[in-house]
Design a protein around this ligand. Structure first.
Ligand SMILES: *Cc1c(COP(=O)(O)O)cnc(C)c1O
Length: 364
């Protein structure tokens, strides 16, 4: 069967064993006689699936008992509003760090609902770094602080967890969740759209400390309210049944691999292959400051726009697809999420070497 190396930033690759398992169970799940897609979400079989999915995620991320796991919809972008609706309930103040387009969107959305402060931004250097902040930078009476932990478009990642004191830290982890272990207790709330590292689009994971639930603004839409979701085990209405089932298969795949410590080692090895090459050549330029390099989204340019275009085109033909940078940034971006095998990155580097040899830059 023909499978390309898909470097898409999202929706992105799923592990082949997961797709194969899903294919085997597509028409009839176990002995139910029906597809998971066709099941009532209130059936005992499906209730088993969703409960197990949550258990597996708790195990993988070592989520403490005082945190709820919610399976929501609307993507990470819906959380840009859901977070202020639920959490902006004390002083009405929240502090945002803007390190890319998604955190900027989150900031703009929150501004509709309260006193939102832009504490720091990396826009001055085209989002190629992460600002270093201390507790003194945040308002002590803020209801929360919001960050985007891994910046999908620019290829940066927080190399530290900001100390916000007693103010809950909220993190968009859409493009790095489950790529390595994370200390959940350092966060009040973590959210992630599933389509980067977890499952098909349609599922949004929210991990939220219990004391932050149940104090939403009175005008909160019921589907945005974490309390509605928590009280109904994410089944107030029909959940995204099939993406949740695929998430379960992905979690099983991760556990079989050895969990997130093992996944981290693999991801580090993959990223090293590409970064080592980028550091060894002056044909390609990696614009992100080294300390803030993402392990998941790796951006680079040739410095010549026409060559960047040619690169993306020829890569596509050679079976390395979706490697063009985000439309707002240009250049190239290789998203190497959990499901991308090491071999895919090694072969990409071989292709990059060939391309550099065959397309010398003028004057060189
Ligand atoms: C993809 C992405 C989003 C947007 O996710 P949707 O599910 O499409 O709303 C938000 N934040 C980050 C960090 C992302 O990578």
């Amino acid at each position: 069967m023909y499978r390309v190396y898909n470097f898409s930033a999202g929706p992105s690759m799923l592990p082949l064993p997961v797709l194969e398992k899903a294919a085997g169970e597509l028409v009839s799940y176990k002995d139910s006689g029906m597809s998971v897609m066709e099941m009532s979400h209130r059936s005992p079989v499906y209730e088993g699936i969703i409960a197990e999915t949550q258990e597996l995620l708790r195990k993988l991320l070592n989520i403490p008992a005082n945190y709820k796991v919610l399976f929501m919809q609307g993507g990470a972008s819906t959380q840009f509003a859901a977070v202020p609706f639920n959490l902006l309930n004390g002083s009405g103040k929240a502090d945002y760090i803007v390190t890319g387009q998604f955190s900027k969107k989150a900031y703009e959305e929150a501004k509709k609902y309260g006193d939102i402060k832009l504490v720091a931004s990396s826009e001055d250097k085209n989002n190629t770094y992460i600002p270093q902040l201390t507790k003194a930078d945040f308002r002590a009476d803020a209801d929360y602080v919001h960050i985007c932990f891994n910046n999908t478009i620019y290829g940066t990642k927080f190399n530290y967890i900001p100390d916000t004191g007693d103010v809950p830290l909220v993190a968009d982890m859409s493009s790095c969740i489950l790529s390595e272990p994370v200390d959940v207790t350092k966060f009040g709330l973590i959210y992630a759209g599933a389509q980067k590292n977890v499952a098909p689009a349609g599922l949004t994971i929210v991990i939220v400390r219990e004391d932050l639930i149940g104090k939403s603004r009175p005008d909160t839409p019921i589907m945005f309210d974490y309390k509605t979701m928590a009280d109904n085990d994410s089944m107030y209405n029909t959940p995204p049944c099939y993406p949740i089932y695929i998430a379960k298969l992905v979690f099983e795949w991760l556990l079989e691999l050895g969990g997130l410590e093992a996944m981290k080692k693999i991801n580090e090895a993959k990223a090293k292959v590409l970064y080592d090459y980028l550091d060894s050549t002056d044909y390609y330029i990696a614009p992100v400051e080294k300390a803030y390099r993402s392990m998941m989204n790796i951006t680079f340019v040739t410095g010549v726009e026409d060559l960047d275009k040619k690169f993306a085109k020829e890569a596509e033909k050679a079976g390395f697809v979706n490697i063009k940078g985000h439309r707002s940034v240009g250049g190239m971006r290789a998203s190497i999420y959990n499901a991308m095998p090491l071999e895919g990155v090694e072969k990409l580097v071989e292709f990059m070497k060939e391309f550099a040899k065959n397309n010398p830059k003028e004057g060189k």
